[in-house]
Design a binder for this molecule. Structure first.
Ligand code: UDP
Length: 470
């Protein structure tokens, strides 16, 4: 559905690629399929080459429809190893004055503001002031949305180790419960309670999932006996919105290497935009990959002790001096020369996952990574590290049957080389992998259907656009 052009809306993307990438994709879809004019505000410390390229691609894909504005944030004075949420919210808060003045100076003011999960304070601080419609885009799944919306209403005391029941979802057990967000003594919990109220005060909630991926959870939002009292705005499952690979002109070496590998024969190993593992775990992972005797691409970062999200809000240096190899076991690069490809710091993930030679994704289970794997029909080896990733891993393993995971939680305990090799072989070599591959390919087809014209996600986004246009 195309509404009259010149309907101008604003999107605000929080810092971090996990938010920025899906918000850019939403902007492209709203402009491309629905003809809206978009101002995309990006909150960033500095222009990162990848971010720069993404912004350029958004603007050039729909010239005249998408404008981008960079809002540089002030670095808050939190120690870097505390949970990143309060720090992230302080960064976002610091751009509100420039967001306000940018909107004030526009002759055609946007009539709606769409923020992601961490930008909800802008509903109170900015959107209300300009009398805008307010939407929240949850870049992760309906399960997480249900968790956050329900959190402010939890009255009973849940003790550590007890299961926690959320409407429309499997009970959370063990490490699925994220301590920082769940227990009242943490600042992050208080922040999540505010975010929960803010989401519920919006005019609509967009979620990066689709109807038949999480039917029970999406139904719970409409249950008048229960969740409906909390979730007053409508929930629109509009996903999966994933980054679409830009055609690369000259073919980088990594793709020339992939072109030479057999179909489905390579494991891609990466822990998202910010994930990090310890020195000892890096060594075990290297040995595990080598012992699996499978081909691999591994995005390697310098190990960091006791902080599994070290680069989430801290820009990475690129590895100009080739220092990455010093963290790997002696002789590893030489021994694996013919079977592996090590990429320092950052790789073009979406294009790699779309390559036919990829057979599995060894992933930290950030929701964007999970969706990128699903839409390319790639089985997952789940290695959750931070945020809601344990919850996502549980969904991928238990509900959807598209992943395997280690016995222990990799953000807390060392996973030994033998177990790593075994997990890789379960997916790549064993009978079990055949079923996993079949299920993930089935999800891939269902996702495609949901997004195509007349599909549930397409229709849900059309409803959002209609609400904005009315
Ligand atoms: N990403 C990438 N190259 C990398 C690491 C990450 O392109 O080397 C992209 C990835 O494709 C995904 C996003 O960064 O779109 C990471 O989002 P996700 O939700 O998976 O995890 P987060 O980084 O937020 O923890």
């Amino acid at each position: 559905m195309v509404i009259p052009s010149k309907t101008h809306i604003a999107l605000l993307a929080s810092p971090g690629f996990g938010h920025f990438i899906p918000v850019v994709e939403l902007a492209k879809r709203l402009a491309g399929l629905h003809g809206l004019t978009i101002t995309l505000f990006a909150i960033t410390p500095e222009v990162h080459p990848v971010q720069d390229e993404l912004l350029r691609s958004a603007t050039s894909s729909w010239p005249g429809l998408i404008n981008t504005v960079i809002l540089p944030y002030e670095e808050p004075t939190f120690p870097s190893n505390v949970d990143p949420v309060p720090r992230m919210l302080a960064m976002i808060r610091s751009v509100f004055p420039s967001l306000r003045s940018s909107i004030s100076s526009m002759t055609e003011k946007p009539i709606a503001l769409i923020v992601d999960h961490f930008g909800t304070e802008a509903i109170r601080a900015v959107a209300n002031e300009f009398n805008m419609l307010k939407f929240v885009f949850i870049c992760t799944n309906a399960w997480f949305l249900s968790y956050n919306l329900y959190l402010p209403y939890v009255k009973e005391v849940i003790k550590r180790g007890e299961p926690f029941y959320i409407p429309g979802c499997e009970p959370l057990v063990g490490d699925d419960i994220r301590e920082f967000t769940f227990f009242p003594e943490y600042q992050t919990h208080k922040d999540f309670v505010h975010i929960g109220y803010d989401i519920a005060s919006s005019d609509g909630i967009l979620v990066n999932t689709w109807d038949d991926l999480e039917p029970e959870t999406l139904l719970a939002f409409k249950d008048t006996r229960f969740m409906k009292r909390i979730v007053k705005p409508p929930v629109y499952p509009i996903g999966p919105l994933v980054r679409t690979g830009e055609p690369t002109g000259a073919k980088p070496e990594i793709f020339r290497w992939l072109d030479c590998q057999a179909s489905g024969s390579v494991v891609y190993v990466s822990f998202g935009s910010g994930g990090t593992i310890s020195t000892q775990q890096t060594i075990e992972l290297a040995w595990g990959l080598e012992l699996s005797i499978q081909r691999f691409i591994w995005v390697v970062r310098p190990p960091i002790e006791n902080d599994s999200a070290a680069f989430l809000l801290t820009p990475m240096e690129n590895d100009a001096d080739g220092l990455i190899s010093k963290y790997l076991p002696d002789g590893f690069l030489g021994r694996t020369r013919d079977m592996g490809f090590v990429v320092p710091m950052w790789a073009p993930q979406e294009e790699i996952l779309a390559h036919g030679s990829i057979g599995a994704f060894f992933s930290h289970c950030g929701w964007n990574s999970s969706l990128e794997s699903i839409v390319n029909g790639v089985p997952i080896i789940a290695w959750p590290l931070y945020a809601e990733q344990n919850m996502n891993a549980t969904m991928l393993v238990k509900h959807l049957g598209v992943a395997v995971r280690p016995e222990v939680n990799p953000s807390k305990e060392l996973v030994r080389r033998d177990e790593i090799a075994k997990m890789v072989r379960r997916v790549m070599v064993d009978e079990e992998g055949i079923g996993i591959r079949k299920r993930v390919n089935d999800l891939k087809e269902r996702a495609k259907k949901a997004l195509s014209e007349g599909g549930t996600s397409y229709n849900a986004l059309s409803e959002v656009v209609k609400k904005i246009g009315d």
